[in-house]
Design a protein around this ligand. Structure first.
Ligand SMILES: [Zn+2]
Length: 161
């Protein structure tokens, strides 16, 4: 995660939109810092990340005590609101507490293609059905986020009215 991770602008924008929508869903004020931190956790949701790792990962906080304090405060807030969870992270050798996107194991989400509002569907049956339908089509549903694009009722109402 500390290495250069060549990403295109479009993906960055999508990530920001997803992070912004998650903050709004959780009733958390949207700031550039929170979008950046959450964006990182969304992109690298294959494992938990310690605050130190996050600080060194392009947040520009590695050597700035004020920025690290801000980072901890942001992570704490995200955890309080259930956006991220803390779990034991052992993949880097010594086990440590890391932060990870809540429900990141196999989330199924509905996203409005118009306003980017995000709703998580914790429906195991629906996920199983998607998986078997995908497998039949030769499109296996992989680990990680599965996104269903919809038009939310708010946007639908706005579009017709
Ligand atoms: Zn919408």
């Amino acid at each position: 995660m500390t290495q250069a991770d060549p990403t295109n602008k479009e993906e960055d924008e999508e990530l920001r939109a997803t992070a912004t929508a998650r903050l709004e869903d959780a009733g958390i004020g949207v700031t550039a810092e929170r979008v950046r931190v959450l964006g990182l956790l969304i992109r690298f949701n294959d494992r938990a990340w310690t605050a130190q790792e996050l600080a060194q990962s392009g947040l520009g906080a590695a050597s700035d005590p004020a920025a690290i304090t801000r980072l901890y405060r942001t992570l704490h807030l995200l955890e309080q609101r259930g956006v991220v969870t803390r779990e034991i992270e052992a993949s880097s050798g010594r086990p440590s507490l890391g932060y990870r996107l809540a429900g990141a194991k196999s989330p199924l989400r509905f996203r409005c293609r118009s306003c980017n509002r995000l709703v998580e569907a914790n429906d195991e049956r629906l996920r199983e059905q998607l998986e078997s339908a995908g497998a039949l089509q030769g499109l296996p549903v992989s680990e990680g986020e599965t996104l269903v694009l919809v038009t939310c009722s708010r946007c639908a109402a706005g579009a017709s009215g």
